[in-house]
Design a protein around this ligand. Structure first.
Ligand code: AMO
Length: 398
C-alpha cells in the first residue's frame, strides 16, 4: 500500500486472514485506491519495520487494466511515454522526489529574497509588447486584436523600480515560442526575476545573486537531507564567491577570440568543463558581454567609457546557462536610442518609457530559469522532467 508517506506492507496469512480478503486482494488491480483497517504490528522483515494485518478492506477506486505505464516496474519507460501518462509517472517516489526538491528550492529562494528586503510582486502575463525579441513571442487573439504572452517580466520589473519599490522579485511563468527541440528549452518555464534600484554596478548584482543562490541551494539541501530525500546527495554544497570569467577570456579558451557571437550549447559545455577542472567550481559568472551580442537587449546598459561592452553577465552551472542579467539603461534618451538601434518602435513602448521620464534610479536585475536549476541540481537529462506538465513545441497535453 502506497501513499505520500511511503509504502506500507499489508500482510495476509493463510489460515488466519479471512478468505474473502484473499479473494479481494487477488482481484483488485494494481494502483487501485483502497482503504485498509487492521492491526499494526512490528515486523523485522517489512521495510518500514511494521506491517498491517487487515481486518477490513474496501476498494474506493478501482484502477483499469492494463496500466498504460507501470508504476513499480523495474524497467523504465521512455520520457515521452512517461509524460503522456504523467499522473501515473508522478506516483513513482523517485519522480515525486524531484518536485520536493523543486518546492524546497523555491521556498529557499523566497526566504533569501525576503531576508534581503525584496518585495514579491506579480506582473501581467498578457502583453501588448514583448521584451526579448520577436522570434520567441506567442501571439494570442485578444478580443480581435493581437497580444502576446509574457516572455519575461522585464519591462514591468523595471517600471516597479520607477514606482519606488526599490527591490522586487517575481516567481512566475514565462513563455517562449522556442522552436528548438532541445533538452534545455521549453515553451513555458518558471522565471525567477529580481530587480534592484539604486544599483552600484554589475558587481553588486553578482554579489546578491550568488549569496541568494548559496542560501537557497543550501536550505534546499538541508531540507532534503532532513526529509531523507534521495536527491539530497546530488545537490552540491556551494560557496561564494563564484568565479567571474570575462566573455573575452571564454572566447580565447574556445579559440575564437573576437568572434563576438553568443556561445552555443557545446561551447557553453566546454566553458563549464574547464571552470570545473581548473577552478573546481560548479557555479560561475561569465561577465562583460559585448554590446553586439546583446544588441536586441535594448534595456541593457552600455558602458559609458566603452559602449562596445555591457555590464551583462550569465550565471552558469556546469556548462548550463541558469541566469542572465546586468545593469539597465535608466536614462530615457539612451534607452530610446537603444530601442531604435534594436530595430524597435519606441512608440510601442510608451507605457514603459514613461516610467523613465519622471525620476528613475540606476537599477539592474536578473532572470533565472528555475526549471534549468532543478534540472541541474537533480541531475536530470532533460528539462522536461523538472516540470509537472511540461510544454514544448510538440506537447500541449496532458
Ligand atoms: P533570458 O532570456 O536569458 O533573460 O532568460 C533568463 C533565463 O531564463 C531561462 N530560460 C529558459 N528556460 C527554459 N526554456 C527556455 N526556453 C528558456 N529561455 C530562457 C534560462 C535563462 O538564463 N529579461 C532577461 C533577464 C534579465 O535581464 O533580467 C531574460 O529573460 O535559465
Amino acid at each position: 500500500m502506497r501513499d505520500v508517506s511511503g509504502t506500507t506492507q499489508v500482510t495476509l496469512k493463510k489460515g488466519t486472514s479471512p478468505p474473502e480478503l484473499f479473494r479481494l486482494f487477488e482481484e483488485t488491480p494494481r494502483e487501485s485506491v483502497v482503504e485498509v483497517e487492521g492491526t499494526v504490528r512490528r515486523s523485522e522483515r517489512a521495510h518500514r519495520g511494521v506491517e498491517l494485518l487487515p481486518d477490513r478492506v474496501s476498494v474506493i477506486s478501482r484502477a483499469e487494466v492494463p496500466l498504460p505505464l507501470g508504476v513499480v516496474d523495474k524497467v523504465g519507460a521512455e520520457l515521452p511515454t512517461r509524460l503522456d501518462h504523467r499522473v501515473l509517472d508522478l506516483r513513482k517516489p523517485g519522480v515525486r522526489a524531484i518536485f520536493e526538491l523543486r518546492a524546497r528550492l523555491l521556498a529557499g529562494f523566497r526566504a533569501a529574497f525576503v531576508q534581503r528586503g525584496f518585495l514579491e510582486v506579480e506582473t501581467p502575463k498578457l502583453l501588448r509588447q514583448g521584451a526579448e525579441g520577436g522570434a520567441t513571442l506567442f501571439t494570442i487573439d485578444y478580443f480581435g486584436a493581437p497580444a502576446y504572452l509574457a516572455q519575461s517580466p522585464q519591462l514591468y520589473k523595471q517600471m516597479l523600480i520607477g514606482a519606488g519599490l526599490e527591490r522586487v522579485f517575481e516567481i512566475a511563468p514565462a513563455f517562449r515560442a522556442e522552436p528548438s527541440d532541445t533538452v534545455r528549452h521549453i515553451t513555458e518555464f518558471t522565471s525567477l526575476d529580481a530587480e534592484v534600484g539604486y544599483l552600484d554596478g554589475a558587481e553588486e548584482l553578482r554579489g546578491l545573486l550568488e549569496d541568494i543562490v548559496v542560501d537557497a541551494v543550501g536550505s534546499c539541501r538541508r531540507a532534503l537531507e532532513e526529509a531523507k530525500n534521495p536527491l539530497a546527495a546530488s545537490v552540491p554544497e556551494v560557496k561564494a564567491p563564484f568565479p567571474r570569467i570575462p566573455f573575452a577570456t571564454c572566447e580565447e579558451w574556445l579559440g575564437r577570440p573576437g568572434a563576438e557571437s553568443d556561445f552555443g550549447t557545446e561551447e557553453e559545455k566546454a566553458i563549464g568543463d574547464r571552470i570545473g577542472k581548473e577552478l573546481g567550481a560548479s557555479f560561475y559568472f561569465i561577465t562583460d558581454y559585448p554590446t553586439v551580442v546583446k544588441a536586441q537587449t535594448f534595456y541593457a546598459w552600455r558602458r559609458d567609457d566603452d559602449p562596445t561592452k555591457t555590464g551583462y553577465f550569465d550565471l552558469g552551472y556546469k556548462g548550463l546557462e541558469i541566469a542572465s542579467g546586468g545593469p539597465r539603461e535608466h536614462r530615457p534618451d539612451r534607452l530610446q536610442a537603444n530601442l531604435l538601434s534594436a530595430g524597435l518602435d519606441p512608440s510601442k513602448f510608451a507605457g514603459y518609457l514613461e516610467a523613465f521620464r519622471f525620476g528613475m534610479p540606476p537599477h539592474g536585475g536578473w532572470g533565472l530559469g528555475i526549471d534549468r536549476l532543478v534540472q541541474a541540481l537533480a541531475g536530470l537529462a532533460n528539462i522536461r522532467e523538472s516540470r509537472l506538465f511540461p510544454r514544448d513545441r510538440y506537447r500541449l497535453e496532458p
